[in-house]
Design a protein around this ligand. Sequence first.
Ligand SMILES: NC(=O)c1ccc[n+]([C@@H]2O[C@H](COP(=O)([O-])OP(=O)(O)OC[C@H]3O[C@@H](n4cnc5c(N)ncnc54)[C@H](O)[C@@H]3O)[C@@H](O)[C@H]2O)c1
Length: 317
Amino acid sequence: MEVIWDTSLTLGKLLYYFLNATVSKIIPKRKKNVAGEIVLITGAGSGLGRLMAIKFARLGAILVLWDINEEGNMETCRLAKEKGDVKVFVYKCDCSKRQEIYRVADQVKKEVGDVTLLINNAGIVTGKLFLDIPDEMVEKSFHVNIMSHFWIYKAFLPAMIKADHGHLVCISSAAGLFGINGLTEYSSTKFAAFGLAEALLCELKMILKSKINVTIVCPFFINTGMFAGAITKYPLLFPILEQEYVAQKILDAILDEQHYLIIPKIIWLLLIIKQLLPVSMLLTIGEYFGVDTCLNFFIEGKKANEAVTETKKQHQN
Ligand SMILES: NC(=O)c1ccc[n+]([C@@H]2O[C@H](COP(=O)([O-])OP(=O)(O)OC[C@H]3O[C@@H](n4cnc5c(N)ncnc54)[C@H](O)[C@@H]3O)[C@@H](O)[C@H]2O)c1
């Protein structure tokens, strides 16, 4: 009897959620209001972090900006304040250091309040082949790209759970869905970040029955400079994404309380294919699309920023 009741209840719920999802495709739900929410963005000193900060400023959120790069972070603060009467709090925080994260998190709680929307965005990449990556760079990538997520969630989640209100955002990557040559350390940290956020979503929803939401973001290459020099053989299918476009998509996904944002959409298809085909076929498809050569001209760090500035200048002329 219990099995029949349990199965009927589950089928009923599935039908309800299916209809709900279908209706919200036709009649979009009201967007989340983030005015007055305390939004923490790590890696806010450039790229996606900066653009998201500016977008949240326009919506009246209170901004808490973390970055190891003080100059870049101050510039983001200036740009965000241009958008109106916004409260912006800037902190230097090296997200590769657990004690520093906890110290700065305490400072934020005292000086600003409880964070209600947390965007784990800071990230680094080496772009080297596995045997060429210095051990300390592997460790550094793990500290910045995934271990920091543990410490930052731990620092801010208790207050969210207490208030039963909040939103966690994990910036993973398409490289967190597919292992990619030249990105061994990066892919592994991004898979981990995805796994952590998804497991947390399960704990929050199934165990704690919480209203706190989780959004996991997996974009393909973006023209922020992080992957400067990366090439795509078929840009019509796999374009290097514009940072402004990606930042807007992330904002929309957060405001729509979406759980997964994978862009471009064709990556969903590849995810399905990955489960169905033998590896030999997948590798052949990968070579056809130029995955083996996509990082041949990768430019590292500072040189990448110079390359982006140069490209922008060329576009302006
Ligand atoms: N650019 C892409 O192609 C791409 C694709 C998929 C996912 N992503 C992810 O998007 C996120 C944002 O990347 P982006 O493209 O804007 O690159 P970016 O290099 O412009 O931004 C990364 C930011 O993280 C900061 N940072 C680095 N180490 C830090 C540390 N130890 N402590 C605190 N801050 C630190 C940097 O100073 C920088 O401001 C990253 O997590 C990245 O992995 C990027």
